[in-house]
Design a protein around this ligand. Sequence first.
Ligand code: AMP
Ligand code: MG
Length: 426
Amino acid sequence: MISVEAALEIILSEIKPLGMERVNILSTMGRVLGEDIVADTDNPPWDNSAMDGYAVRAVDTKDASKDQPVTLQIIEDLPAGYVAKKSVKRGQTIRIMTGAPMPKGADAVIMVEETERQEARGKRQEVKVFKEAKVGDNVRKAGEDFKKGDIVLRKGMTIRPAEIGMLAAVGKPNVYLYQRPRIAVLSTGDELIEIEETPMNGKIRNSNSYAIAAQIKACGATPIQLGIAGDTKKDLMEKLEFGLTADCVVSSGGVSVGDFDFVKDVLKQMGSDPRLGHAGTGMRFWKVAMKPGKPLAFGVIANKPAFGLPGNPISSMVAFEQFVRPAILKMMGKKDIFKRAFDALLTKPVKKKMGRIHFVRAVLEQKDGRFYATPLEGQGSGILSSMVKANCLIILSEDAKDVEKDSKVKVQPMDESLLYQDKPGY
Ligand code: AMP
Ligand code: MG
């Protein structure tokens, strides 16, 4: 049995980021940028107005006030998207809209709220200005966001809506991303039936394939369902071999010490199979000092990493989160691949023996600026219902014993559910 840290180190030593592919920006969300992005222009490309108002020469508005307004002659109306034909000379102004380029001669904009347009006198248009402008008032400078040649996004960044906006702003409809990993999912066990069927005669529904596929999707990778393998070496090998067209294989079940637990043997055998080019190490380890999830096997067959997750639904999900998730994120080119852990106070004691890390399903809540973690009833590795209630896992280290109420513990958030609640959070 090896520690969680040692297991992670072995796994990650076998994982390399995948290659690149060119992707339309609308399909880049959540994925990892494979190139530095350089701005092809200044942004904004020219000085422009930050307000609807009047473009002026600041000197012309000196000492203007509500009681002693300055009157300027309006020589042009300038909407956004057009360039002024005239330039602003002494005593003149151009009516300007937000985003329109600053006219020549003008060095400030007075907000429309600080002005009053006068009745037209013949062809002459005038405006009263009630406020003195300083040079640069309400003007957005060319390049104040970024300049031509700036690296605005870096290789390895995860794409969010802001990054997509930036790609659009620098005129990049297509970009290089790390490929999306394709992860083959295999469930094993003679007892498994399809989820459309009703359990009878010792059979149970194959829930793992679906939970694991969802975990793969949540990482941003693509699951490939290999279905169910019966508990024979032959069936396991055939199905696993089919999975080797993917970037990685994840199986569940058949990895314990039962008479029909053949995944370990199959990993060993396939790792040195001449038909698969001997390209693999076979099994690298089996059994990790954790609860749930102890019977976990990892190996490399035909150059592809292969995870043999335990069969119990919670064991497979927890082991996935600790080991498969970082591996997938590394394949995707991500830099930060480990889940953050937060400090919280235990609201109930937890029983524990030394020797294994425990991952305890719990509910995390914030009260008066502090986080509290409440362990859930039903910690058995087959109890899916407590996994449904949980929003986090409490992590109790290998050398910890019984943990008292009010102790400070590490808590790993499970997913986005912690970001949402039934009312606004402010
Ligand atoms: P195993 O490791 O194969 O002995 O499986 C451990 C437990 O997990 C057994 O009770 C299995 O029935 C159950 N199990 C294995 N695979 C699945 C699956 N795909 N879906 C639901 N339960 C499973
Ligand atoms: Mg089994």
